[in-house]
Ligand binder design. Structure first.
Ligand code: HEM
Length: 300
């Protein structure tokens, strides 16, 4: 099986940096390979890198390696005018590590290298907040799979095109913390479906609770994803950059449909009353061997 990008699974790095680029019309694969390949040489060993591509860009870069069912993100038109918008880009760069300054220095190199062929559509500094809490104050990641289970959830299995790679969903969510904070703690807990201080699952969580909308099962089997989201922002604006990895895009799509009232039961995730996505994209994070073939030894 080809080697997954190791930084996908490297946890406990306090600083995250996310960049989404859109390639300009008439970009050429050879030029992207050259400029990105050169920029990647500037990475400090302390900075972890994950690279992923939108469907159109990947199809031109490596037409033989397009995984099955790789689609661009389409907006999810939910109930009550709640929408998960699509802002599909071409290149996703996720940097993480102990040092924010090293992430930024490397991001600057990548930005300079791509300036002639791409525009930067999203740039966010994510960070570990308190003891791995989202800015709503709830622990994020409790039910995340670990080790072999994380790899099984995240990676396209051997024997399939793109094996060792991973589908990625990214969404920037903007929180309305004033509104969420106006709820009492018990009601906040029923929105999420877990207790606030210690993240214990509620036995009586309503079907609209976030954990019940996203706990997707087919024929009694739980369909897991591997989440690596990070809070961003400060006093004025704040939210979550949702980033998750899956062996199948369909699992993300089912979760989003269930959150936005598009599943058979028509129920909405109550979290969408208090947080709104402003971006949305699907990506493919290729295995190391594919990246080095395209961009050279520094890409792994
Ligand atoms: C504002 C955005 C979001 C916030 C603040 C948020 C926060 C949380 C929190 C606090 C939990 C419970 C603790 C845990 O198990 O991690 C959780 C669970 C989970 N979330 Fe989210 N989440 C957000 C968006 C999403 C989205 C967009 C998806 C999927 C497309 C998702 C998928 C999941 C899954 C699969 C679980 C575990 C469910 C289970 O099996 O118990 N989340 N999230």
């Amino acid at each position: 099986m080809p080697t997954p990008q190791p930084a996908i699974f490297r946890e406990n790095t306090p600083h995250q940096y996310f960049l989404e680029f859109h390639l300009r019309a008439r970009w050429q694969p050879e030029e992207l390979r050259r400029v990105l390949g050169q920029a990647l040489a500037a990475r400090a060993p302390e900075t972890s890198l994950v690279l992923a591509f939108g469907r159109d860009a990947w199809e031109r870069l490596a037409p033989q390696e397009v995984p099955e069912n790789f689609i661009a993100f389409h907006p999810v038109l939910g109930k009550q005018d709640r929408i998960a918008p699509g802002t599909q880009g071409d290149i996703l760069v996720w940097l993480h590590g102990e040092r924010h300054d090293l992430n930024v220095a490397f991001a600057m190199e990548i930005g300079r290298a791509l300036a002639g062929i791409a525009t930067l559509e999203l740039e966010l500094h994510g960070f570990t907040y308190l003891d791995s809490r989202d800015m709503t104050g709830f622990v994020d990641g409790t039910e995340n799979p670990h080790d072999e289970e994380a790899r099984a959830a995240a990676l396209i299995p051997a024997g399939h095109t793109g094996a060792g790679g991973s589908f990625v969903l990214t969404q920037q969510w903007m929180h309305d913390l004033e509104r969420f904070g106006a709820l009492g703690q018990a009601e906040q807990e029923s929105v999420i479906g877990r207790t606030k201080p210690d993240s214990i699952e509620l036995d009586d969580a309503p079907p609209t609770a976030h954990v019940r909308r996203t706990d997707v099962q087919v024929d009694g089997q739980a369909l897991k994803i591997y989440r690596r989201s990070a809070p961003f922002g400060g006093l004025r604006q704040h939210g979550l950059y949702f980033i998750a990895f899956s062996r199948e895009i369909m699992i993300f799509a089912m979760q989003l449909d269930r959150m936005f009232g598009c599943a058979d039961d028509g129920l909405m995730d109550r979290l969408t009353e208090f947080s709104t996505p402003v971006s949305g994209a699907y990506w493919f994070a290729p295995p190391v061997e594919s990246l080095t073939a395209l961009f050279g030894d520094h890409a792994g």
